[in-house]
Design a protein around this ligand. Structure first.
Ligand SMILES: [Zn+2]
Length: 224
């Protein structure tokens, strides 16, 4: 664990510098929205047991570096298992609490965690790719699209991020590989791939192998 932390420290320093350098304040990312299942933690269909929460490799370090760089971190999660009757809202909150506790041990804190409990049939305004959760965060915390990024493993995360005008990254963890193939995106073996800007409307600004690589892309985009 110690060795792993050490190996990331150089990258963290570079990221902090890039995010704080203000070389291009118009493009700097200050606030980051994360999908939960398949992006931060292992995707278990309709997760209801807090003991099944497993952080994906490198996530804790990547979030720690972002927090150190002064970014605010948010979770925006579709939890249709509630609306479909597979789990209760209490189950989902218990899972989120477990996630909060795991990360608090590493001094990582989310500014807010939003979830949509509805099934697709309910036609709500908060289920991604609808932008209800973005609208709420924008109003509540004064977020600006130009300074906000969305990272997720599903096409709906990409469509949500693009509809809101955010920097948008698709990670290849969780369901990301299938989703990238469906969108006709290439699959990088390491790091990230980004199309020439602006990408087509249903594409992300980058495809990243995992959350750490997504953060690397955002650092680069912030410095551009
Ligand atoms: Zn909803």
């Amino acid at each position: 664990m110690q060795a792993d932390n050490h190996s990331h420290s150089g990258k963290a320093h570079t990221l902090s510098r890039k995010l704080q350098s203000n070389r291009n304040p118009d493009a700097s990312v200050r606030d980051i929205l994360f999908d939960r299942d398949g992006t931060l933690i292992e995707d278990r269909n309709y997760l209801s047991d807090p003991n099944q929460i497993v952080l994906l490799s490198g996530v804790t370090q990547a979030l720690h570096h972002l927090a150190q760089a002064g970014c605010r971190l948010f979770v925006v999660s579709n939890q249709s298992g509630v609306g479909r009757g597979y789990c209760s809202l209490e189950n989902v909150h218990a899972c989120n609490l477990r996630l909060v506790q795991l990360l608090a041990a590493h001094n990582v804190h989310f500014t807010d965690m939003l979830l949509c409990p509805h099934s697709p049939e309910e036609g709500c305004a908060c289920r991604k790719p609808q932008t209800g959760m973005w609208d709420l965060l924008r109003r509540r915390y004064g977020l600006h699209a130009a300074h906000t990024a969305m990272i997720g493993d599903k096409g709906d995360d990409v469509r949500f991020g693009r509809a809101a005008g955010l920097h948008t990254v698709l990670v290849l963890t969780g369901k990301g590989r299938d989703q990238a193939l469906k969108l006709g995106l290439p699959l990088p073996d390491a790091g990230f791939w980004s199309p020439p800007p602006p990408p087509p409307p249903d594409w992300p600004h980058a495809v990243a192998v995992d959350l750490a690589a997504a953060v690397d892309f955002l650092a680069m985009a912030s410095a551009r």
